[in-house]
Design a protein around this ligand. Sequence first.
Ligand SMILES: Cc1cc2nc3c(=O)[nH]c(=O)nc-3n(C[C@H](O)[C@H](O)[C@H](O)COP(=O)(O)O)c2cc1C
Length: 142
Amino acid sequence: MKKVLIAFWSGTGNTEAMANSLAKGVGDAGGEAVLKPAASVTPALVKDAEALAFGCPAMGDEVLEESEMEPFIASLGSAELGNKPLGLFGSYDWGDGQWMRAWAERMKGQGAVVDGEGIITQLEPTEEALMKCYELGKRLAG
Ligand SMILES: Cc1cc2nc3c(=O)[nH]c(=O)nc-3n(C[C@H](O)[C@H](O)[C@H](O)COP(=O)(O)O)c2cc1C
């Protein structure tokens, strides 16, 4: 059974709803979803997983949440991220997705194999965004 780590930060639940949909996709494809707030995820857990999904809304001025998500992401390098797919997802409001474009580029620079462009949705996730998360979960578990 493929172990898929889903690590996320969510202040008001929008990104968490995406994470839950992703976890359902993993389970429906026969994988094991390990769904955790990023603050409780160690680099060893990331290294141990066979596929990854990280979620965070646009915060600050088009950046990751700074007290929990940013230190988690900064702690990772190619030893943890290499040789496995990584999907990114998150909610935003007034921007145009700049935080996600920058995040995807950054993860590639840290040695990750990023799946697509990242799934973004404005505020509460649309059905379409939830379905994309579900499909990503299935793909990561497959
Ligand atoms: C402190 C703060 C900063 C934010 N900065 C941005 C931003 O730079 N760009 C943007 O599009 N949305 C921004 N937002 C909006 C959030 O990304 C949006 O409300 C999102 O749905 C929150 O997701 P969550 O429910 O998973 O916490 C910000 C929200 C807060 C509270």
